[in-house]
Ligand binder design. Sequence first.
Ligand code: AQP
Length: 335
Amino acid sequence: MRRIFSGIQPTGNLHLGNYLGAIQNWVKLQDDFECIYCVVDLHAITVPQDPVELTKSTREVAASVLAAGINPETSILFNQSQVPQHAELAWIFNCVARLGWLNRMTQFKEKAGKNRENATVGLYAYPTLMAADILAYKATHVPVGDDQKQHLELTRDIAQAFNAMYGEEFFPLPEPQILGKATRVMSLRDGNAKMSKSDPSEYSRITMTDDADAIMTKIKKAKTDPEPLPSEADGLEGRPEARNLVSIYAALAECSVDDVLAEYGGQGFGVFKPALAEVAIAKLAPITDQMNVYMQDPQQIDAILKDGAERAHAIAQPIMGDIRRLTGFLGASLG
Ligand code: AQP
């Protein structure tokens, strides 16, 4: 059996990195896999959230995913907190994972920053919840951006440790699927930093709600160096901003970096940036329009998420029943 699970946080407007690193691949995988896609609101509250904004972002993220082409009839789309097995299994995994394993997680170090003592316990335990998200469905494949690779390795470690503790090959070891030409889209302001929803600069990212003017302005303002583009990919070495823009172009146009450089090698950014903006607008504008249609009907979004949650629950509940028995918990869960 091949089952996909992947999630996305409702922590603000989705950006081009989320689209190219995750959602574009989610859409393609629908043809070949049973797919479960989740708006991970339990993950979102690992950092402070305004409750009204969280509800709004949950609907917005669901609308973006639907607008990008997720079919809620063939795939399952829901928000995490509606299915209690995620939190229940995360607790069990908190009692399997070791402090030493979590201490190695680079995302916690980056997000906690210098004020580590003030970070929530939830932010620290984020990877055990992510392991629970995936393994509550015994998912076999997990499409993610490159930034989540380490968490996926931890998920495999947890699955293996659980299987060893309880003497059974209960969980599959899920495979990361790091797909596409832009597995790590970088900030438009700094070619060494990941494009991220939480970057304070609006100009660091293109969001799924940006209109054509905003996309053009942000790309024109993107940081670059004064050299023209090289004709070969080797020439992008040591030029992180140029590499990022060329990779974004290749991912959007669904061609190779070599193809992009064959066309634009020798040209300056004065020519390349408007061309990139046109490709981005052509790709994103129809999605943004469709997203706005969904956003005008929040009840429809809520109904899709509820239906998805019921179907997700129907898969997770019996698996959780088996986990409870293996663990030695008396009685059935009410959740
Ligand atoms: N810059 C990126 N390039 C490629 N893929 C990316 N993803 C995120 N940023 C990039 C992928 O998008 C999926 C959902 O990510 P997420 O929202 O769950 O969390 P995140 O990785 O923490 O994203 P952000 O934008 O950095 O959010 P904040 O700022 O709120 O923490 C994942 O598959 C991820 O790999």
